[in-house]
Write a protein that binds this ligand. Structure first.
Ligand SMILES: *Cc1c(COP(=O)(O)O)cnc(C)c1O
Length: 388
């Protein structure tokens, strides 16, 4: 019987017993670039750390097990992972991608992949007729669910049926929910992408990225590509992400609990014109979330009445940090217009609904009362200044 995910975050079943690594409970950091051979044609299984390193390998096995994948590969960042994944495609290939995606992914597709001859249809996969965009050159569909930052929710299983029917790859960036809350491979995805910098690492201190697949042929291609292009995660950073993953379960639970309280508080504020959190029953993706995820996560996007109000929040927060990124133990507030989505052309940003009064919260694990107190103080102070 398969173990619970909290347990899988801590223990790799195949590595149990204390026969290896002197019984070390924390997996050792193999800080080595190369490996001596026992003789000609005799390898320890490791030859050079660009190809593979024991610490990275251990991390990859843990992440594969969390995502119910056949293989996982660890990269120096989420963008390094996505960049390598794009090497599966050839000039002339066409991809259907979500219009609302992490800004760096949009920048990669339009500034690097297009230069390499790949074309894109950027559409709202959560509500458009995806099948009508498929042509003879279409090779894959790339989505986030929920999307960054507008939190659109796409039915992975429904999309998986379409990709199977047309022999396309379904690629899902699962960063926002982490494997603790959602496993896209179980619903028909072929490849799962993670920015390990976010919830997997969880401490705002390490960059990492992952590709996970349940297909042998794709795993082989990825292994060839990582060896060839060289963006594998370093041993020390692999260890930091392993350490982060140990507490993934309790971090996700607490941040989600805090996020629900904050979403409900935001809803009551006069200055807030919109709260987008998939855990609110009024969110259009709520029922799909309940079907394909075990939780709603801890990311909240909200809109305030004016640009001035949004900027004032960013100026006044103290404990909550005005910073890019998400998924760490510390609560962060982000201004997508100039930060995560600053390089996305204005007309695309506007079409996606990101305005200069849109803010994004990545809720951490602080005492929820302290978070609510800080937000309340900041809001009252701004209202006082605007009306005084
Ligand atoms: C941050 C992020 C990425 C990019 O990951 P890096 O580790 O910053 O390179 C990709 N997708 C999503 C959804 C992200 O939030």
């Amino acid at each position: 019987m398969s173990r619970g995910i909290e347990t899988k975050c801590l223990h790799l079943e195949e590595d149990e017993g204390c026969s290896s690594n002197y019984g070390a409970v924390s997996y050792p950091i193999y800080q080595t670039a190369t490996y001596a051979h026992l003789g000609v044609g005799k390898s320890t299984g490791y030859d050079y750390s660009r190809l593979q390193n024991p610490t990275r390998k251990h991390l990859e096995k843990v992440v594969a097990s969390l995502e119910n994948g056949l293989d996982a590969l660890a990269f120096a960042s989420g963008m390094a992972a996505i960049t390598l994944m794009m090497e599966l495609f050839h000039p002339g290939d066409h991809l259907i991608v979500d219009a609302d995606l992490y800004g760096g992914t949009i920048r990669l597709f339009h500034n690097v992949s297009e230069k390499n001859g790949i074309t894109f249809s950027s559409i709202d996969c959560y509500r458009e007729d995806v099948e009508s965009y498929i042509n003879e050159n279409t090779r894959a569909i790339y989505i986030e669910t929920p999307t960054n930052p507008m939190m659109h929710v796409t039915d992975i299983e429904a999309l998986g049926k379409i990709t199977k029917k047309h022999n396309l790859l379904l690629i899902v960036d699962n960063t926002f929910l982490s494997p603790y809350f959602q496993n896209p491979l179980d619903f028909g995805a072929d490849i799962v992408v993670h920015s390990g910098t976010k919830y997997l690492g969880g401490h705002n201190d390490t960059l990492a990225g992952f590709l996970v697949t349940n297909r042998e042929d794709i795993s082989e291609k990825f292994r060839f590509l990582i060896k060839t292009t060289g963006a594998g995660l370093a041993p020390f950073d692999s260890w930091l992400i392993l350490r982060g993953i140990k507490t993934l379960g309790i971090r996700m639970e607490r941040s989600q609990q805090n996020a629900a309280a904050i979403a409900n508080w935001l809803k009551e504020q006069n200055a807030v014109t919109k709260v987008i959190y998939p855990g609110l029953p009024t969110h259009p993706g709520y029922e799909i979330m309940k079907k394909q995820a075990r939780g709603f996560g801890a990311m909240i996007t909200f809109q305030v009445k004016t640009r001035e109000f949004a900027l004032a929040i960013l100026e006044k927060v103290r404990m909550i940090k005005f910073a890019e990124s998400l998924g760490g133990v510390e609560t962060l507030i982000t201004y997508p217009t100039t930060q995560t989505h600053g390089d996305v052309p204005e007309e695309i940003r506007e079409k996606n609904g990101i305005t200069d009064s849109t803010l994004r919260l990545s809720v951490g694990i602080e005492n929820v009362k302290d978070l609510l107190d800080e937000l309340d103080n900041v809001f009252r102070e701004i209202e006082g200044e605007l009306h005084g």
